[in-house]
Design a binder for this molecule. Sequence first.
Ligand code: URA
Length: 197
Amino acid sequence: MTKTQDLQNIKQHILDNNVCPELASQATQLVFGSGNPDANIVFIGEAPGKNEDLVGEPFVGKAGHLLDDMLQSVHIDRNQIYITNIVKYRPPKNRDPLPQEKSAFWPYLQKQLAIIKPKLVITLGRHSMAMFVPQGKISELHGTTQEIIIQDTDQPFKCTLLTLYHPSAAIYRGSVKKALMQDFSTIPNLLAKLNKE
Ligand code: URA
């Protein structure tokens, strides 16, 4: 089976298992993830917003445009990477995802990562970071890396985690945008180093 088929099966499991039925009933559709299943980099956001809910793809609204600009600044094309969220249905009125919603989708996110096997996992924002570094503070950890182990497989695999601020936070706060752009600029060297390992 190809990675695309494996990912499609995970998406189907979420639907078949009726994960977070309350969220699902209020959302237009499941926003599973998009991009290259062979990507070296997987970006993980928080949850779909209004535009993502309508289009069915992550990061297609305002925050997505900023993400696109930053990707362009480091010469990375969207079709080289994979993007998904912790929670895969839009929370009503864009409220923060609840702990039980994040936990409900966590096994599926791990399965997505286990299929793609990226070298670099990049979390966007504190919700996404907290799934990997529960006690971490984004103001202290943004721009830093650490090794993580993805467990959901017969063969757990190691990859590198880079924790970044969420682009939405950067839209209205100049200091966050500056930090995010600075942190983003480290990606090419980091990836080059990981590709050599
Ligand atoms: N914010 C997120 O965290 N994810 C999206 O897909 C869009 C905005």
